[in-house]
Design a protein around this ligand. Structure first.
Ligand code: ADP
Length: 314
């Protein structure tokens, strides 16, 4: 059964959330209920994501505009890749090529995950929705929570749409994810009743709903104040080091550049290619650059006022 919702979800979130599921019996759902067409077996030496000569040309009233000019990018499992660039550089377009939300004009994106290798832009619409639901979690700058659902329901929705966990345990899983991002106590509130930082925590939990190996983050700290942004960034770091996730994040924020395990820069639709580093090296560089670890800095800047105000976490 195709379980796409109606258009009320709107915009890109709708496209990314949409996922197929089978008719469910009351039996436990087998792990292999998602049918992804295997192209070739995965091996540990393969990168998780490969972009090969990806070109994106938009046709506009003023003529064709080339937003990506032949992107070659390989992302390995466990990397926290940051792509930094100014507004209009092509960051969101690049992410849309990985998620398959938009067609590539030329080139190929291959994702080797969940024991399958998939050429993203060769999948049909239904296969793509199915693959995306299991493989990628996406976090946006504007959170994109559904306002009429509580926080826990916002996370249960993609779980139930994709059928990757049995409906009987979807609430329990959603609560566990809210606990992971330290906001479980607000589970039954509506999004309008929590802060932006808290909404972004929920959006991250929602991105993890179907346990995807890859998280794609489009300016996830762009709407947040610097202290809250730091907390959210630490959640992403934790997901790499403790949960084994692979993250590709785009940002215009140069101050984050030293924090990724690898930072690429994008300008006018072209990427540079700097060296890789481990997350520990990235953290050390941040500390060296500022003379103070970001975590210490954050604790110093927030602890006294938070204690005084008795505020909940951002
Ligand atoms: P960034 O995310 O770095 O701000 P984008 O990837 O959104 O940049 O856009 C890159 C360039 O492509 C910009 O010049 C933008 O105006 C253009 N662009 C993006 N989407 C479209 C579209 N649908 N039609 C035409 N031009 C677009």
């Amino acid at each position: 059964m195709a379980c796409q919702s109606d258009g009320c979800l709107g915009d890109r979130f709708y496209v990314l959330l949409t996922c197929h599921c089978e008719e469910r019996s009351d039996e436990a759902i087998p792990d292999n209920n998602v049918k992804i067409v295997p192209m070739k077996p995965n091996t540990s030496t393969q990168p998780l994501i490969e972009m090969r000569g990806v070109v994106k040309v938009y046709s506009t009233a003023a003529g064709d505009f080339t937003a990506l000019k032949g992107i070659d990018l390989q992302v390995g499992a466990g990397e926290f890749v940051g792509i930094v660039g100014k507004s209009g550089a092509g960051k969101s377009t690049l992410l849309n090529m990985i998620t398959g939300v938009d067609d590539a004009t030329r080139g190929e994106v291959v994702v080797h995950a969940n024991a399958n290798s998939v050429s993203v832009h060769e999948l049909g619409e239904d296969e793509l929705a199915l693959w995306r639901g299991r493989t990628l979690g996406v976090v946006f700058q504007s959170f994109q929570l559904l306002p009429m659902l509580t926080l826990v329901e916002n996370i249960m929705l993609p779980i139930d749409l994709c059928g990757s966990f049995h409906p009987r345990i979807s609430r329990q899983r959603a609560l566990e994810l809210l606990r992971l991002v330290e906001i479980e106590e607000h589970a039954d509130k509506f999004p309008a009743l929590i802060s932006g930082g808290q909404q972004q925590r929920v959006a991250i939990a929602r991105a993890l709903a179907n346990d995807p190996p890859i998280l794609i983050a489009d300016e996830p700290t762009g709407s947040l104040d610097s202290v809250t942004a730091e907390h959210i960034f630490e959640v992403f770091e934790h997901l790499v080091t403790e949960q084994g996730k692979t993250i590709v994040m785009v940002t215009h924020d140069e101050s984050l550049a030293a924090r990724f395990t690898r930072t690429m820069r994008i300008a006018d639709g072209e990427l540079d290619s700097p060296p890789e580093r481990t997350l520990n090296e990235a953290k050390r560089r941040t500390k060296d650059a500022s003379g103070l670890d970001m975590r210490e800095k954050n604790a110093r800047s927030t602890r006294p006022s938070a204690r005084r105000a008795g505020r909940s976490r951002k």
